[in-house]
Each structure stands twice: as C-alpha cells, then as structure tokens.
Design a protein around this ligand. Sequence first.
Ligand code: C2O
Ligand code: CU
Length: 489
Amino acid sequence: MISRRAVLLGATAAGAAGFAPSALGHMAVSRDTLPPNAPVRHLALSAAEMEVALLGPDKPKTQGFCAYNGTPFLTWRVPLGTRLMVDFENRMPTPTTVHWHGIRVPNLSDGVAPLTQEPIPAGGRFTYNVPLPDPGFYFFHPHCDETGQVGRGLVALLLVEDPAEARLGFDLEHIIAVKDWRLDADGRWMPMFTDEGASTAGSFGTVRATNGSVIPPRIEAPAYGDVRLRTIVADSTRTIEFGCDTNNAAIIAVDGQALVPLPLSKLPDEVWRMGPAMRLDVHVRMPGPGEEVKVFDYRTAEPYLLTTLVAVDKGKKKTPFKPIALPAAKVPLPDVSRAKKRDFIVQTAAGATAIAPPLPADDPLAKALIDSFCVGDKTFWAINRTSWGAGADLRLPPPLDILKDGDSYRLTITNVTKHVHPMHLHGHVFRVLSSTRKTTIPPYLADTVMTEPNETVEIAFRAKSGDWVFHCHILEHMDAGLMGWFRVA
Ligand code: C2O
Ligand code: CU
C-alpha cells in the first residue's frame, strides 16, 4: 500500500500537465500577513473520535463523533495580530488536514490535500503557521474526507478579537452554531455522501441541532441590553434564512468582516440567506424585562427556532436603538476600476468533464485512492467545464486560471444549475460587488458567497501568491467535482 501510494503520487505529479501540487513540487510561498516580530502562541490541536449523546438525554449515544481536542465545537479566542503555531496530531483512524477557513494564511498552511500538503495519516503530525491579521469570526475544519469528518462533527470556531471591540458596549455575546446530525434512531451515523444528495441539494441531517443540541438554547440577556449574536452555518448541507422577531436588529459583520450596520428590516423578506460556512454577526437590542427575542431559520416551511433570548432586568434603561458599528475591516482591497474580468459558470458535470469512468467501488485500488487522497468517487458538478479529480482520476485538474500576484480581479460567477451553491475562495477576503437577484444589498466583504439558481454574482479581490482552491461549500458538491483552483504567481 505504501509503495503503491508513492507510485501513485509520482503519477499524480507527472500526470498534472506541469501543475505539480505545491506540497510535492515547488512554487512561491505566499507572503506573510503579519510582521516577523508578531507575538506567537503555540497551541496543541488533535482530532480524535469520541462518544457523544447527540440525540438528547436518555437516548442512545453516538460513537465515532469527531472532535478537536476532545471538545465538540472547540472555540478558540485569540487577540488580533497573534501568530498561532498549531501542532496538530491526527488521532483519528483516517487521514485528515486542517483548513483555516477565511484566514489569510500562508499557502502551505492552507490544509488542502493534495494541493498544498499531503494528507496527514492516522497518527501523523503537521505544524500550521496561522497568522491572524484580521479580526472576526472564523472556523477550521478538515479538507480531506471533509464530508465524512465534518459530517461527524469535526469543526472548531476561531474568534480573532480586536481589543477595541471590548469598548463597543455589548452586554453579551452569544454564538449560534447551526449543524445537523445524520443519525438513525439508534444514534448511528447514516452515510454522509449519497449519490442522490450529492447530485441535488445535498444529504440533509435527520436531526436538527443548534450548538450541538436538539433543544434550541434559551439565553438570558439584560433587558434593553445589546447582544452580539454570532451565527455560523457549520452544516455540510443546510442553507438557512437568518431572521428574528424584532425590528431592533442589524447585521454588523459578514464572514467576520465589518460592514456599515445593515438593519435586518431593510433586507428582502427581512432575512439573510446563509449557506454552509457563512458567518453573520448581528447586533440585537433586547426588549423589556420578561420579553423575548426569538431567532429563526425562516427557510423551512415552519420557521425553525434557533435560539431564544430572554430579557432579564439588570437595571438598564430603555434608549433608542442605534446599531453598533465594528471597527472597519483592513483587509487588502481590490482596485475594482482596474480589475481584470473573468467569468465562471457553475454547472452540472454532464457533458462537461472528460474524466475517466471511476473504478468499480469494490476495487481495492479505488478504495485506497479514496481513502488516501481525500477525493470523492463521483463527479456531478463542474466550474467552466472542469471538475476536481475524483475516483480513478487522481490528477489535479489544470488551474481555472493563472493570476498575477498583487493584481485585482473581478469575477462573475453564474449558477446555471437548479440548486444553490455557496462559493468559497481560499486565502482571500473578497468584495461582493453585485448580484442579479439581490439588487438592494450594498457591496460587502466575505469569503463565501451564495449563488442561487440563475443568479450571477460579481466578486472582486486582490490576488495573493499561492495555489488557492475555489469551491462550493456544500461538502458533497465539493467532493463531487465542484472545486477548482487558481495559481497566483
Ligand atoms: Cu471551509 Cu475549502 O473550505
Ligand atoms: Cu454546491
């Protein structure tokens, strides 16, 4: 098996028509986003399986839950400007990697197997260099067998805190992590990847949960106080429509990046649509003592209660609601007027790919490939007629484009499929300029953007050197071909 892998890796590099993955070949290492004298914090991180009661008390427990440092939804809070040196150990029986979603990391710490590193085998270690140049709400997760491992819980949150935020006057901060579980009635995992799901909207969880719990949390907050609600869709599949039953609520950050406060009441249907991986910071003003604010996902026919905030008297006085603006984001901004334009179509793979038919699933080689190389075995989706390699085709596809370091690019992304696709670009924060369907939302910064059927969105960013993937964050879609990459040199 080891020698066969080595042979296959050789074949991969050779077969990639000159585009050797950087972990195996040579390419420019991206510029650091922090000065060399930035404070360093060394942190140990491990991924392991554990047993958790996911179905609720008095119900069968679930084996094989995956968590970082033994803690479901491990949450790290780190001061802005710190460099994390993360000593990671894989204590799971399957290979993995760690991807720092939304963080402008050096390319070799981006965690994308096999593009930026080889998968970390069971028992293996890897050190990640994670500079934190931007405040905000980020998360990390595997980028190898992502559907299986994230599906079983392997997600952690990373809050990069600007000390200036402590003076903004929030009375309470509360995190809402939206993540369902795909379990049968006995608490056993159901398959995370199904052909039916992967070729349509994805395989949904069977049990809805918030912060891991099937019972929606009830949180006490000071009456007339200011709550910072930080919501993440950590689910592999589900898209929500975030909203709440008060007019005193405003979006203050998207994907961790501050924006001029945008009252929810000004949005179409008064909701913000969030696909997998998206984060949202909302300032909610609490009502009077004893009253409640309910936070819902309005996408389902029957609105799903995510969390209830209960106002308790702490002696605060009622004042007019004025949304609190976070310090403006300082990420490198694109020069939109000079940006080079590129067009991308998100489509089904039918007719779009020239990938060899996959090996039969019971072929030991096919299994070894899928187990070892972090690729799926089916291809249903493509970007500009190119699909990420799957099954027997271990070659990286050629890059979607070769971009120039420091130049600005303006991408149109058109979704010609029948399903939504939240599209994520690694290593960059981009500006969402426009959408053909959401015409009233002012431009904002993000790392993941929703594309609806028949919608074209326009994003712009300043390219930073490295090999960066661009993919749908519905994990089965990504595993079934909906991923490409840019080489920035
Ligand atoms: Cu959150 Cu490529 O991923
Ligand atoms: Cu998708």
